[in-house]
Design a protein around this ligand. Structure first.
Ligand SMILES: [Zn+2]
Ligand SMILES: [Zn+2]
Length: 263
């Protein structure tokens, strides 16, 4: 069995003391591949360095998290355009909308998201989209930019840490997006999320930890790390009524396709 963590922030200061050990524990847990997500230009070089140090295990996704949407400017896009062509970089993101945790005005977030999504189309790069409390607006943006077009690979990108409704899940899937499944699928109260994922089906699902955030049920309140992927996979397996081996195989293949990871 082989697993893939499609979304981690191992550049976070919480991993400063034991980053190498965390990467080794991932391998021991059969989490053989990780996409390291850089949220702002200040983190881009660190993610590239991590990918260069472990090219078979780690690749980078460079973006501008909605928390930093007020940093959006032409220079940032120019810099990202150059870096998006590097072999270490498998995606643009995370980018997106967060109407819950940041005071940055919606208009500022929407402008940064729409610009970076169209840039990623020009660069032919998959996107990693963050969405919290903003599915209505996200759907309008995605509809406008992606409806009627066909992605070169299987997906345009991923709506990571999917937290929408079942109709949101079907909308994103049918437009050509994968959905990221993480710690919350293990939480006992989250039956509505499990129902949405069941309706979407395993063919559009990928696993992620969002480390160091969103630990699964067995480690709530603690730091999360990529070695938690099998626990998340087991919860998804139970939710879908699909064997863990099949969930591992399908989500790993989906992730390889999503990021066009060299086979
Ligand atoms: Zn996010
Ligand atoms: Zn994240």
């Amino acid at each position: 069995m082989e697993w893939f963590d499609t979304h981690a922030h191992l550049g976070d200061g919480q991993f400063s003391a034991d980053r190498e050990a965390v990467l080794e524990r991932a391998l021991q847990s059969k989490v053989l591949k990780i996409v390291e997500i850089a949220d702002s230009p200040a983190e881009w070089e660190g993610a590239l360095a991590m990918s260069r140090a472990r090219p078979a295990q780690v690749r980078a996704s460079l973006g501008l998290h909605p928390y930093y949407a007020d940093q959006y400017c032409d220079e940032l896009v120019d810099d990202l355009a150059k870096k998006a062509g590097l072999p270490e970089v498998v995606a643009v993101g995370e980018i997106g909308l967060d109407y819950v945790k940041t005071e940055i005005p919606k208009e500022v977030q929407l402008k940064a998201l729409a610009s970076l999504l169209s840039a990623s189309l020009d660069w032919d790069k998959p996107v990693v989209v963050h969405c919290r409390g903003a599915y209505e607006d996200l759907r309008l943006v995605l509809e406008r930019l992606f409806r009627g077009k066909t992605p070169r690979g299987r997906y345009w990108g991923v709506v990571h840490c999917f937290s929408g409704t079942a109709p949101d899940a079907l909308f994103c899937r049918d437009l050509g997006f994968a959905l990221g499944v993480d710690g919350p699928v293990t939480y006992p109260k989250n039956e509505s999320l499990r129902q949405a994922l069941r309706e979407a089906g395993v063919e559009c699902l990928v696993l992620e930890t969002d480390s160091p955030y969103l630990p699964p049920q067995s480690s709530r309140g603690k730091r999360n790390e990529p070695a938690a992927i099998p626990e998340i996979g087991a919860a998804l397996s139970a939710a879908l009524g699909v064997a863990p081996e099949a969930v591992a195989a399908a989500t790993t293949k989906n992730a390889l396709d999503l990021f066009r990871w060299p086979r």
